[in-house]
Design a protein around this ligand. Structure first.
Ligand code: ATP
Ligand code: MG
Length: 363
């Protein structure tokens, strides 16, 4: 028997507390069917409730408490009425990302039957790609400053920081991922025709990495035309890799093009497993619908699928569990039940139960 994976379960705030139980319901069904051992540790902190009681988002020893975990299964954080977003976010998720070196942010983009697509004429199955974002450096550095502040000569400079190690590891991840997929294609987002030092260098690192993957086709595309192609020719893509800023933009644009931004999962990963990786829905805590049991749990459930795939190294039981969950999501999106955001009247719990039942069955 394989050892149990240790999962820290953090519901956080708002609908995070409503979708987490449905994520767990589906995880349990998948674990049972595919013989995966999961050991949960339920955590109340990293929430605005905890902040209200203690004046901080997390206990001082949060890192010790989480360090031995394989993954963090995270609902949503933020309750702007009581805690400003920058405090709740920087006091929890951003700390995880940095302290646990979660340098890959991954977002799958798929078009499902039953979800209205904002792009005309697209068929389900036609759009199926993954955006890989560098998550720790690049344009989101704090290097720079303002000179002659408050005068007419005011000048502001903010530098991008791309390290060879930081760039190579995200490229490697993207090429490895492509190698596992049917199409085996990598698109590298760049802007080497405008950003004349860092981006030609970035392209060079991609070319260097590509030499090790002769079985993977790759090209680079400037971010402006790449965004246009997400909208006009989304069927062209398989694995798309971008720096922190470009990846950030593409990882919202991608799901938006399939109408699934409300269904989208995300993984923030430390692939070497030196630290726990984090799996969470893209959506926030949605205070406007909290407490009604109408939040759509699919983003949380899809995140659970990504987590099992990661834990199982994208093979064996982990991959099978991932595929079964995604197939169950596909079925429920096509046939119902549907929560109000998809035009139905079903509850959060109804969807969780329907998906868990499909995952539990062999068909
Ligand atoms: P963030 O906290 O990530 O900055 P946000 O606060 O801007 O995000 P959300 O909390 O995601 O936004 O909510 C945006 C809108 O989408 C709200 O109207 C919310 O009700 C709706 N929404 C978000 N998630 C869901 C969901 N799972 N099911 C149904 N509606 C949702
Ligand atoms: Mg919010």
């Amino acid at each position: 028997m394989t050892p149990a994976f240790k999962i820290a379960v953090i519901p956080g705030d708002g609908i995070g507390k409503e979708v987490i139980p449905e994520g767990l319901r589906v995880l349990d069904a998948a674990a049972q069917r595919f013989g995966i051992q999961l050991e949960y540790r339920h955590i109340e902190w990293a929430s605005c409730d905890y902040y209200a009681q203690t004046g901080k988002m997390m206990p001082d020893d949060w890192k010790d408490q989480l360090s031995g975990m394989d993954a963090i299964f995270f609902g949503a954080v933020g309750w702007p009425d009581t805690v400003p977003d920058h405090i709740s976010l920087w006091g929890s998720l951003i700390k995880f990302r940095r302290e646990f070196d979660q340098y890959i942010n991954l977002r799958p983009v798929r078009l499902f039957e039953g979800v209205p697509c904002p792009l005309a004429g697209r068929k389900p199955g036609e759009i199926d790609f993954i955006v890989v974002r560098e998550n720790t450096e690049g344009e989101y550095s704090s290097v720079g400053g303002i000179s002659y502040e408050g005068t007419e000569r005011e000048v502001v400079v903010q530098q991008s920081v791309h390290s060879r190690i930081g760039t190579d590891r995200v490229m490697k991840f993207a090429f490895e991922l492509a190698r596992q997929r049917e199409r085996k294609e990598v698109t590298v987002a760049t802007k080497s025709n405008g950003i004349s030092i860092s981006m030609p260098w970035w392209d060079g690192r991609a070319a260097e990495m590509a030499k090790q993957y002769p079985d993977v086709a790759w090209d680079k595309q400037h971010i402006d035309i790449l965004c246009a192609r997400f909208v006009l020719q989304p069927q062209r893509f398989d694995v798309v890799v971008g720096s922190n800023l470009f990846g950030d933009i593409l990882s919202d644009l991608g799901p938006a093009c399939t109408g699934t931004i409300g269904l989208a999962p995300s993984a923030s990963m430390n692939p070497e497993r030196k630290f726990p990786s984090l799996f969470e829905p893209v959506h926030g805590s949605a205070p406007d619908i909290y407490g009604k049991n109408i939040a759509n749990p699919i983003a949380m459930i899809w995140s659970a699928a990504l987590m099992l795939d990661f834990l199982g190294n994208s093979e064996g039981a982990g991959r099978a569990a991932h595929d079964a969950i995604v197939k169950a999501i596909e079925t429920v999106l096509a046939q119902g039940p549907r929560t109000p955001d998809l035009g139905g009247a079903a509850s959060t719990t109804d969807l969780g139960k329907a998906i868990a039942a499909l995952v539990a069955s062999d068909t």
